[in-house]
Ligand binder design. Structure first.
Ligand code: TPP
Ligand code: SF4
Ligand code: MG
Length: 331
């Protein structure tokens, strides 16, 4: 058999095999929900022999309207603040039973940066073999778009409205990756739904590493961010291309990898697609100052992580997104 025929046969065979789907279609997320896409990608890459503890939030609500469930894996709903504690208990029980099933903990940014942080920090410090995934949509979406510790500076939410006193959220987005990396865990990384093959690679790397590992997935929310539902991937990609959401990997607190940006875009390209930043385009002095501030944050990220690419690279913001629709889990 020629090498060409063998390659073709292997591809045909892969496409004929049923793929593992952790999250099935037919759930009740809004159209274009980044979190739904992210959860599907994460579970496909992590499964099939996994169990999930899922904190309260949009992902939990839209996947499990009782008595239905869109999950095709063992899944338990924790309360809002304790996904990490529940996952730690599951992992300890499985270990006691001598089983090799791996445990994932899922939470939104509220369930990670804010109310879930104590349980998360403890779980990391005790060294449980759990992959904690934060689906970061930068606000409390399930309860109607309230600001969280992850909401970016100057963004409008229902609890950080722009007005005479302030231009959206006054405070900065918490650097949760640095905080988790400071626990000296074996692996911590950021990922984005705009770069699915990069995301899958990071899930597998985290699972192969084992121990307490962390992934923060930037997951646009068309409803809360105020963008068209068909722009989810474009918005997520611009967050990376502007430097506002750097894609990086850390091992034991040390930077080990980045996704270089081939063509750095101005932050306004990202911000103007979203209603939550519309007050920044009023053209007045305060709006101009806030835009300068956000550009400075992106510039600082690019400098700090040395994100500017050296030209056309296979693995950069233009080259990395090589996943094909309906395609290959192992691509
Ligand atoms: C102790 C407690 N406080 C408040 C709530 C109400 N609540 C449920 S989900 C949620 C917000 C979830 O936000 P996030 O974790 O970012 O997930 P998202 O819905 O954005 O995906 C809140 C405030 C709750 N369930 N429990
Ligand atoms: S509100 Fe946002 S996070 Fe929640 S289901 Fe809709 S798009 Fe997804
Ligand atoms: Mg959220």
């Amino acid at each position: 058999m020629s090498a060409e025929t063998a390659r073709h046969d292997a591809k045909t065979l892969r496409h004929q095999q049923p793929r593992f789907r952790g999250l099935e279609a037919g759930h009740r997320a809004c159209q274009g929900c980044g979190e739904a896409l992210a959860a599907r990608l994460v579970t496909e890459a992590a499964g099939p022999d996994v169990m999930v503890a899922n904190a309260t939030g949009c992902l939990e609500v839209f996947t499990t309207p009782w008595p239905q469930s869109a999950w095709r894996l063992p899944w338990i709903h924790s309360v809002f603040g304790n996904a990490a504690a529940v996952a730690a208990g599951m992992e300890a029980a499985l270990k006691q039973q001598g089983r090799r099933t791996r445990v994932l903990a899922f939470a939104g940014d509220g369930g990670t940066f804010d109310i879930g942080f104590q349980a998360l920090s403890g779980m990391m410090e005790r060294g449980h073999d759990v992959l904690f995934v934060c689906f970061d949509n930068e606000a409390y979406m399930n309860t109607g778009v309230q600001r969280s510790g992850s909401t970016p500076h100057a963004a409008m939410t229902n609890t950080s409205p722009p007005g005479t006193a302030r231009m959206g959220k006054r405070h900065m987005k918490k650097d949760i990756l640095a905080i988790l990396a400071a626990h000296r865990i074996p692996y911590a990384a950021t990922a984005s739904v705009a770069y699915p093959s990069d995301l899958r690679k990071k899930v597998r790397r985290a699972m192969d590493t084992g121990g307490p590992v962390f992934l923060q997935v930037h997951s646009p929310c068309p409803l809360g961010w105020g963008h068209d539902s068909d722009l989810t991937v474009q918005v997520a990609r611009l967050a990376v291309q502007t430097g506002l959401f750097p894609l990086v990997e850390m091992e034991r607190g040390e930077l080990i990898g980045t996704l270089p940006i081939r063509e750095v875009r101005p932050v306004t390209d990202y911000l103007r697609l979203q209603q939550r930043f519309r007050h920044l385009f009023a053209g007045d002095f305060r709006a101009e100052k806030e835009l300068e501030h956000l550009q400075a944050i992106a510039d600082r990220n690019i400098e700090r992580f040395e994100l500017r690419g050296g030209g056309k690279e296979r693995y950069d913001t233009e080259g990395a997104d090589t996943v094909h629709r309906g395609g290959d889990r192992w691509a």
